[in-house]
Write a protein that binds this ligand. Structure first.
Ligand code: RNT
Ligand code: ZN
Length: 417
């Protein structure tokens, strides 16, 4: 797109929004500051560098598009390239299995900050902040139960792993001068009916309490709830209710993955309740299609509503935005960028809502006016503002990122055999 067209369209959009009390410059500035935590696992189908073990633990990647990243350098190269196509400064979200183990077998109860030193150096050099995740899946000791395992030896193994991960996150946070957000998601559950629901939940609660005991100022911990896992359909220890209670009573950050709910559930409605009881939210932005399928995030009603609710609840500052999808059926880097940009679009759209006017109508009991403005807001020239945002930040505008991805595929990912 021509520079003059982008600027002309933006000026018109700015005037149009100003007429209903919305400052587009301010929204663009806010979006520029909004960091998105880029999940490293979109580059390599959640494989990592530990052992090449097949993905297990209730999650699954589908598709076999060529070009998967196979080494630490390839993952980093892909992330660096993704960065060139996104406006703003972002974060990288690592899983423990992406450690720099230098060809050595480092079991999960042996891992330490030294295995992430090269990541910290790389992040610093590339102006990324790091976030972190313990990894309970794809391991011989994973089974169906990890932190909730009745066998004390196995439970202890995962407690030790998670404690060590928190120390790694603490080291990352200290190195980057900004808290590293560490997510704890365990797949624990049961394929078929269990008659010990409460028992496993008690064990998980105790394990988490023990893990979170250590005060580590460089990091913040969050715990992720889930509806079900593949092969673990009948029972999930860390369900919504479990973690809502846990986070509210322990003042821990709640991780809300937009793929982890009933397909017809209105996830957006959870935001305002959770924010009353938990200190902050960690978001895993994803797109469920019939199940927790981790399709690439797009700008759809669910995601739009979700971010609108977050902005309406004044919660953007209390939410850490991360991505969590893994599509291996299309160009992975393209998938990455589509989802990250879609997330930015949804946030921008939420920031451009004529909220003051809508609230005025609501306070006055003017229901027709409120509904009319909500309807009209849908066709405001949002696209011109998003184009300007990308243009201003020197990244491809609109569909211009398609040839950029094609070039990277031709020169880099297609050569990975
Ligand atoms: C799984 C959870 C979890 C994982 C990542 C890889 O259902 O969403 O967040 O996707 O940790
Ligand atoms: Zn998730």
């Amino acid at each position: 797109m021509k520079e003059s067209q982008i600027l002309k369209a933006y000026e018109l959009a700015k005037e149009r929004y100003a007429a209903i009390g919305v400052d587009t410059d301010k929204a663009v500035e806010q979006l520029e500051k909004q960091q998105i935590s880029l999940h490293c696992w979109q580059t390599d189908d959640v494989v990592g560098f530990e052992s090449g073990q097949a993905l297990s633990g209730g999650i699954q990647t589908t598709g076999n598009y060529p070009g998967r990243a196979r080494s630490i350098d390839e993952v980093r190269g892909d992330l660096e390239y993704v960065k060139t196509l996104l406006a703003g400064n972002h974060r990288v979200n690592l899983h423990e299995i992406y450690g720099d183990f230098k060809g050595k077998k480092v079991d999960r109860d042996q891992v330490g900050p030294e295995h992430f030193q090269s990541w910290m150096d790389w992040a610093k050099a590339n102006n990324f902040k790091l976030d972190f995740n313990s990894t309970s899946f794809s391991h011989p000791k994973s089974g169906d139960l990890s932190l909730a395992n009745p066998d004390p030896a196995i439970r202890e193994f995962w407690i030790e792993h998670t404690k060590r991960c928190r120390r790694i996150a603490d080291a990352m946070g200290k190195a980057q001068g900004d808290p590293c957000i560490m997510n704890i998601w365990v797949h624990d559950g049961s394929k078929d009916i269990t008659v010990n629901r409460k028992y496993y939940r008690e064990l998980l609660m105790q394990s988490l309490d023990e893990i979170l005991e250590e005060k580590l100022p460089g990091m913040k911990s969050c715990v992720e709830a889930k509806l079900f896992g593949i092969g673990l359909e009948s029972y999930t220890v860390g369900s919504m209710d479990f973690y809502e209670g846990y986070c509210a009573s322990r003042k821990v950050i709640y991780t809300l993955d937009t793929g982890h709910y009933e397909p017809t559930e209105n996830i957006a409605d959870k935001v305002s309740s959770l924010l009353l009881y938990v200190p902050e939210l960690m978001l895993h932005v994803s797109r469920p299609v019939r199940w927790d399928s981790d399709h690439v995030t797009i700008m759809n009603d669910q995601t739009l509503d979700f971010f609108k609710e977050l902005v309406r609840a004044d919660g953007l500052d209390r939410a850490h935005v991360g991505l969590d999808y893994f599509d291996a059926s299309i160009n992975r880097i393209g998938a990455y960028v589509i989802g990250a940009r879609a997330t930015q679009k949804c946030i921008l759209s939420a920031l451009l809502e004529p909220l003051a006017k809508l609230r005025e109508y609501e306070a006055d009991g003017r229901g027709f006016q409120r509904l009319a403005l909500l309807e009209e807001a849908k066709t405001l020239p949002f696209g011109a503002v998003f184009d300007y945002f990308n243009y201003k930040n020197g990244v491809p505008v609109g569909e211009e990122f398609i040839p950029a991805i094609e070039k990277y595929e031709k020169e880099v990912t297609s050569k990975r055999k």
